[in-house]
Design a protein. Sequence first.
Length: 293
Amino acid sequence: MRSNSFSYEIIFIDDGSTDNSWKTIESLSLNDENVKGIRFNRNYGKSQALHAGFLKASGDVVITMDADLQDNPEEIPELYRMITQEDYQLVSGWKKKRYDNVLTKNIPSKIFNAAARKTSGVQLHDFNCGLKAYKQEVIKNIDVYGEMHRYIPVLAKNAGFYRITEKEVKHQARKYGKTKFGINRFIYGFLDLISIWFLSKFGRRPMHLFGSLGVLMFIIGFISAGWIGFSKLYKLYHHQPNTLVALNPWFYIALTVMIIGTQFFLAGFLGELILRSKRDKERYLIRKTTANI
């Protein structure tokens, strides 16, 4: 940072660590006013850490980086240049050559990224790379929650920031600590992908989806009920033996789809009500911050 004459701040997010990380951050902060820290009361996850950091960040260009030393800080000047001179709003790192386990991380990551590209329309090779650069307007206008840190480029696109690109970055083998990545995160990632696809398509109009499905169910139900009534009248007119309605399978089809249709309508109404409610409470508890933040 100094060799490139950047004015800067470094914000460490201590996500509930149980070692001496916070003491180190406080010590660095006392010796350098550019170093700041936020300490969570417990481990809340990467999305909440990014959310807290984004709220406090004041720079025109904001760069995120994981603390496991697998990202190279020497990528920063080029990321900064791409934001300021090429006028991109978001630049995502692409770890083309990775030093992770092939079976447990590399192959699932490729499948996940392919599905994310297809679903979101954002053409990035590595959605989950922690090394990213943003214009300040991007981080101040997106809401990173749950486990949505994987999809920040998609959140940015949904918010109207379309100048998104990627940069191939160096990836280094992990020297310290152990990765928390497991098959459960792979599964959760795809569930989150479905969620963000739904939110991007129907997040502002949930009744359009659930109402349409409800109407479809009711149409099927009314047709089924109409068929039952028509068949009974037909048999009565032709003096044919007439069975009880309860013995007709179409009766249960009509009843079931009408109930499902009602549930879809209720889901749509609840979605509209939730959409109009405002979330004012933060999703994490900050235990302490350094004095200069």
